[in-house]
Write a protein that binds this ligand. Structure first.
Ligand SMILES: Nc1ncnc2c1ncn2[C@@H]1O[C@H](COP(=O)(O)OP(=O)(O)OP(=O)(O)O)[C@@H](O)[C@H]1O
Length: 254
Protein backbone atom coordinates (compact mmCIF):
# COMPACT_ATOMS: atom_id res chain seq x y z
CA UNK A 1 0.00 0.00 0.00
CA UNK A 2 1.16 3.52 -0.85
CA UNK A 3 -0.13 6.30 1.37
CA UNK A 4 0.45 10.05 1.43
CA UNK A 5 -0.88 12.05 4.39
CA UNK A 6 -1.12 15.80 4.77
CA UNK A 7 1.79 16.38 2.36
CA UNK A 8 3.19 19.85 1.71
CA UNK A 9 5.98 20.09 -0.85
CA UNK A 10 8.03 22.73 -2.60
CA UNK A 11 11.47 24.32 -2.40
CA UNK A 12 13.37 26.11 0.38
CA UNK A 13 10.48 25.58 2.81
CA UNK A 14 8.07 27.44 0.51
CA UNK A 15 5.20 25.09 -0.36
CA UNK A 16 3.96 24.81 -3.94
CA UNK A 17 1.20 22.46 -2.76
CA UNK A 18 -0.21 21.80 0.71
CA UNK A 19 -2.34 19.16 2.38
CA UNK A 20 -2.17 16.51 -0.36
CA UNK A 21 -3.68 13.18 0.68
CA UNK A 22 -4.18 9.89 -1.15
CA UNK A 23 -4.10 6.16 -0.57
CA UNK A 24 -3.41 3.49 -3.18
CA UNK A 25 -4.30 0.07 -1.79
CA UNK A 26 -3.74 -2.24 -4.75
CA UNK A 27 -2.13 -2.49 -8.15
CA UNK A 28 -3.32 0.44 -10.25
CA UNK A 29 -2.31 2.59 -13.20
CA UNK A 30 -2.52 6.22 -12.14
CA UNK A 31 -2.14 9.18 -14.46
CA UNK A 32 -0.95 12.58 -13.17
CA UNK A 33 -2.17 15.65 -15.07
CA UNK A 34 -1.48 19.35 -14.60
CA UNK A 35 -0.36 22.42 -16.52
CA UNK A 36 3.30 23.32 -17.13
CA UNK A 37 4.98 24.47 -13.94
CA UNK A 38 2.12 23.42 -11.63
CA UNK A 39 4.38 21.08 -9.64
CA UNK A 40 4.11 17.55 -11.12
CA UNK A 41 7.86 16.81 -11.15
CA UNK A 42 8.26 18.32 -7.68
CA UNK A 43 5.38 16.14 -6.45
CA UNK A 44 6.83 12.96 -8.00
CA UNK A 45 10.31 13.68 -6.61
CA UNK A 46 8.78 14.27 -3.17
CA UNK A 47 6.81 11.03 -3.06
CA UNK A 48 9.98 9.23 -4.22
CA UNK A 49 11.95 10.72 -1.31
CA UNK A 50 14.36 12.63 -3.62
CA UNK A 51 13.00 15.91 -2.20
CA UNK A 52 12.23 16.19 1.52
CA UNK A 53 8.58 17.01 2.21
CA UNK A 54 7.96 20.34 3.97
CA UNK A 55 5.24 18.61 5.97
CA UNK A 56 3.42 15.28 6.04
CA UNK A 57 4.22 11.60 5.59
CA UNK A 58 4.73 9.17 2.73
CA UNK A 59 4.24 5.52 3.73
CA UNK A 60 4.82 2.26 1.89
CA UNK A 61 3.16 -0.80 3.46
CA UNK A 62 2.57 1.23 6.66
CA UNK A 63 6.30 2.09 6.98
CA UNK A 64 7.38 5.74 6.79
CA UNK A 65 9.50 6.37 3.68
CA UNK A 66 11.93 8.38 5.84
CA UNK A 67 12.54 5.23 7.97
CA UNK A 68 13.24 2.92 5.04
CA UNK A 69 16.98 2.45 4.23
CA UNK A 70 17.79 3.97 0.84
CA UNK A 71 18.78 0.64 -0.75
CA UNK A 72 15.44 -0.87 0.28
CA UNK A 73 13.65 2.18 -1.17
CA UNK A 74 15.18 1.37 -4.56
CA UNK A 75 13.78 -2.15 -4.31
CA UNK A 76 10.32 -0.74 -3.57
CA UNK A 77 10.19 2.23 -5.97
CA UNK A 78 11.69 2.87 -9.41
CA UNK A 79 11.83 6.26 -11.14
CA UNK A 80 11.87 7.33 -14.75
CA UNK A 81 13.06 10.95 -14.73
CA UNK A 82 12.21 13.53 -17.37
CA UNK A 83 15.72 14.07 -18.68
CA UNK A 84 18.92 12.18 -18.11
CA UNK A 85 22.31 13.35 -19.31
CA UNK A 86 25.12 11.34 -17.73
CA UNK A 87 28.54 13.01 -17.79
CA UNK A 88 30.27 9.86 -19.13
CA UNK A 89 29.50 7.57 -22.02
CA UNK A 90 27.96 4.31 -20.89
CA UNK A 91 26.76 1.41 -22.98
CA UNK A 92 22.99 1.06 -22.89
CA UNK A 93 23.24 -2.29 -21.08
CA UNK A 94 25.27 -0.61 -18.30
CA UNK A 95 22.63 2.13 -17.88
CA UNK A 96 19.95 -0.56 -17.54
CA UNK A 97 22.17 -2.50 -15.10
CA UNK A 98 22.19 0.62 -12.87
CA UNK A 99 18.58 -0.39 -12.15
CA UNK A 100 20.03 -3.45 -10.41
CA UNK A 101 22.22 -1.39 -8.03
CA UNK A 102 20.06 -2.16 -4.98
CA UNK A 103 20.59 -5.90 -5.52
CA UNK A 104 24.37 -5.74 -6.04
CA UNK A 105 26.80 -5.66 -3.08
CA UNK A 106 28.97 -2.55 -2.54
CA UNK A 107 32.10 -3.85 -4.24
CA UNK A 108 30.48 -6.61 -6.27
CA UNK A 109 29.80 -6.81 -10.02
CA UNK A 110 26.43 -7.56 -11.58
CA UNK A 111 25.70 -11.30 -11.63
CA UNK A 112 24.57 -13.36 -14.62
CA UNK A 113 21.05 -13.03 -13.24
CA UNK A 114 21.31 -9.20 -13.11
CA UNK A 115 22.46 -9.20 -16.74
CA UNK A 116 19.59 -11.50 -17.72
CA UNK A 117 17.07 -9.18 -16.00
CA UNK A 118 18.58 -6.14 -17.78
CA UNK A 119 18.45 -7.86 -21.17
CA UNK A 120 14.86 -8.95 -20.56
CA UNK A 121 13.92 -5.32 -19.70
CA UNK A 122 15.46 -4.15 -23.00
CA UNK A 123 13.53 -6.88 -24.81
CA UNK A 124 10.24 -5.83 -23.17
CA UNK A 125 10.74 -2.30 -24.54
CA UNK A 126 11.82 -3.64 -27.98
CA UNK A 127 15.31 -2.10 -27.84
CA UNK A 128 17.50 -5.14 -27.31
CA UNK A 129 19.37 -4.15 -30.49
CA UNK A 130 20.61 -1.00 -28.69
CA UNK A 131 22.27 -2.96 -25.82
CA UNK A 132 25.84 -2.14 -26.80
CA UNK A 133 25.28 1.37 -28.17
CA UNK A 134 26.69 4.48 -26.47
CA UNK A 135 23.80 5.87 -24.39
CA UNK A 136 24.94 9.50 -24.80
CA UNK A 137 24.70 9.21 -28.59
CA UNK A 138 21.09 7.97 -28.68
CA UNK A 139 18.12 10.10 -29.74
CA UNK A 140 15.85 11.66 -27.08
CA UNK A 141 13.17 8.99 -27.60
CA UNK A 142 15.70 6.14 -27.51
CA UNK A 143 17.16 7.51 -24.24
CA UNK A 144 13.65 7.64 -22.78
CA UNK A 145 13.08 3.97 -23.72
CA UNK A 146 16.39 3.02 -22.05
CA UNK A 147 15.37 4.79 -18.82
CA UNK A 148 12.04 2.94 -18.89
CA UNK A 149 13.96 -0.35 -19.34
CA UNK A 150 16.21 0.63 -16.40
CA UNK A 151 13.14 1.17 -14.20
CA UNK A 152 11.74 -2.25 -15.21
CA UNK A 153 15.09 -3.90 -14.38
CA UNK A 154 14.67 -2.55 -10.84
CA UNK A 155 11.76 -5.01 -10.35
CA UNK A 156 10.05 -2.76 -7.82
CA UNK A 157 6.38 -2.87 -6.88
CA UNK A 158 5.94 0.90 -7.40
CA UNK A 159 6.91 2.69 -10.62
CA UNK A 160 6.98 6.50 -10.73
CA UNK A 161 7.38 7.90 -14.24
CA UNK A 162 7.78 11.57 -15.15
CA UNK A 163 6.34 12.08 -18.65
CA UNK A 164 7.64 8.69 -19.84
CA UNK A 165 6.09 9.10 -23.30
CA UNK A 166 7.02 12.75 -23.98
CA UNK A 167 9.71 11.94 -26.60
CA UNK A 168 8.22 8.71 -27.93
CA UNK A 169 6.78 8.26 -31.40
CA UNK A 170 3.07 7.43 -31.72
CA UNK A 171 3.64 3.65 -31.89
CA UNK A 172 6.00 3.58 -28.92
CA UNK A 173 3.55 5.71 -26.91
CA UNK A 174 0.76 3.20 -27.50
CA UNK A 175 3.03 0.19 -26.84
CA UNK A 176 4.23 1.84 -23.62
CA UNK A 177 0.65 2.51 -22.44
CA UNK A 178 -0.29 -1.12 -23.16
CA UNK A 179 2.79 -2.32 -21.25
CA UNK A 180 2.02 -0.09 -18.25
CA UNK A 181 -1.59 -1.31 -18.25
CA UNK A 182 -0.42 -4.95 -18.27
CA UNK A 183 2.22 -4.38 -15.56
CA UNK A 184 -0.37 -2.71 -13.32
CA UNK A 185 -2.78 -5.62 -13.88
CA UNK A 186 0.05 -7.99 -12.92
CA UNK A 187 0.57 -6.23 -9.58
CA UNK A 188 2.45 -2.93 -9.88
CA UNK A 189 1.35 0.49 -8.69
CA UNK A 190 2.32 2.88 -11.51
CA UNK A 191 2.06 6.66 -11.32
CA UNK A 192 2.97 8.46 -14.55
CA UNK A 193 2.62 12.09 -15.58
CA UNK A 194 1.56 13.09 -19.06
CA UNK A 195 0.29 16.10 -21.00
CA UNK A 196 -2.19 13.97 -22.94
CA UNK A 197 -5.54 13.60 -21.11
CA UNK A 198 -6.40 10.74 -23.50
CA UNK A 199 -3.76 8.63 -21.74
CA UNK A 200 -5.85 9.02 -18.60
CA UNK A 201 -9.19 8.45 -20.36
CA UNK A 202 -8.05 5.37 -22.29
CA UNK A 203 -5.69 3.60 -19.91
CA UNK A 204 -5.70 4.84 -16.31
CA UNK A 205 -7.61 3.33 -13.38
CA UNK A 206 -7.34 6.61 -11.48
CA UNK A 207 -6.23 10.14 -12.22
CA UNK A 208 -4.42 12.69 -10.05
CA UNK A 209 -4.91 16.31 -11.04
CA UNK A 210 -2.93 19.30 -9.84
CA UNK A 211 -5.18 22.23 -10.71
CA UNK A 212 -4.50 25.65 -9.20
CA UNK A 213 -8.23 26.53 -9.28
CA UNK A 214 -9.63 23.29 -7.86
CA UNK A 215 -6.74 21.88 -5.83
CA UNK A 216 -5.40 18.32 -5.76
CA UNK A 217 -7.98 15.88 -7.14
CA UNK A 218 -7.77 12.08 -7.05
CA UNK A 219 -10.41 9.78 -8.50
CA UNK A 220 -11.73 7.92 -11.50
CA UNK A 221 -11.00 9.46 -14.93
CA UNK A 222 -14.70 9.14 -15.88
CA UNK A 223 -15.59 11.43 -12.99
CA UNK A 224 -12.69 13.87 -12.98
CA UNK A 225 -11.94 14.37 -16.68
CA UNK A 226 -14.65 16.54 -18.13
CA UNK A 227 -14.85 19.45 -20.59
CA UNK A 228 -15.02 21.73 -17.56
CA UNK A 229 -12.04 20.27 -15.69
CA UNK A 230 -9.82 20.23 -18.82
CA UNK A 231 -10.76 23.84 -19.43
CA UNK A 232 -9.82 24.67 -15.85
CA UNK A 233 -6.46 22.83 -16.03
CA UNK A 234 -5.31 23.89 -19.50
CA UNK A 235 -7.52 26.88 -20.36
CA UNK A 236 -8.65 25.35 -23.66
CA UNK A 237 -12.02 24.11 -24.94
CA UNK A 238 -12.35 20.40 -25.68
CA UNK A 239 -15.17 17.98 -26.43
CA UNK A 240 -15.31 14.56 -24.84
CA UNK A 241 -16.63 11.90 -27.22
CA UNK A 242 -17.68 8.32 -26.68
CA UNK A 243 -16.12 5.89 -29.17
CA UNK A 244 -17.88 2.83 -30.70
CA UNK A 245 -16.12 0.57 -28.22
CA UNK A 246 -17.39 2.72 -25.36
CA UNK A 247 -14.15 4.53 -24.54
CA UNK A 248 -14.09 8.26 -23.90
CA UNK A 249 -11.60 10.49 -25.71
CA UNK A 250 -11.12 14.24 -25.75
CA UNK A 251 -10.72 16.27 -28.92
CA UNK A 252 -9.93 19.99 -29.03
CA UNK A 253 -12.71 22.26 -30.27
CA UNK A 254 -11.56 23.84 -33.53
N1 LIG B 1 15.10 23.40 -7.93
C1 LIG B 1 14.11 24.28 -7.86
N2 LIG B 1 14.16 25.31 -6.98
C2 LIG B 1 13.15 26.20 -6.87
N3 LIG B 1 12.01 26.16 -7.64
C3 LIG B 1 11.91 25.14 -8.52
C4 LIG B 1 12.94 24.15 -8.68
N4 LIG B 1 12.55 23.27 -9.63
C5 LIG B 1 11.33 23.69 -10.05
N5 LIG B 1 10.95 24.81 -9.39
C6 LIG B 1 9.68 25.54 -9.55
O1 LIG B 1 8.63 24.74 -9.03
C7 LIG B 1 7.45 24.90 -9.82
C8 LIG B 1 6.97 23.54 -10.28
O2 LIG B 1 7.91 22.97 -11.16
P1 LIG B 1 7.77 21.47 -11.69
O3 LIG B 1 8.98 21.16 -12.51
O4 LIG B 1 7.45 20.58 -10.55
O5 LIG B 1 6.47 21.62 -12.63
P2 LIG B 1 5.82 20.60 -13.65
O6 LIG B 1 4.35 20.56 -13.36
O7 LIG B 1 6.54 19.28 -13.62
O8 LIG B 1 6.06 21.31 -15.03
P3 LIG B 1 6.23 20.78 -16.55
O9 LIG B 1 4.89 20.23 -16.97
O10 LIG B 1 6.55 22.01 -17.30
O11 LIG B 1 7.32 19.74 -16.58
C9 LIG B 1 7.82 25.82 -11.00
O12 LIG B 1 7.37 27.11 -10.68
C10 LIG B 1 9.35 25.78 -11.02
O13 LIG B 1 9.88 27.00 -11.45
Amino acid sequence: MFEVCNLSFGYENKPIWENVNFEIKTNQLICLLGANGVGKTTFLKTILGILKPIKGEICIDSQKLSDIPIKDTYKKMAYVPQAHNPPFSFEVIDVVLMGRAAYIGNFASPTKEDKAVALEALKQINILHLANEDYTKLSGGQKQLVLIARSLAQQSKILIMDEPSSSLDYGNQIRLMHLLKRLSEEGKIIIFSTHDPNHALLYADKVMILDKSNGFLFGKPQQLITNKSLNSIYNVSVDIHRTNDNNRICIPKI
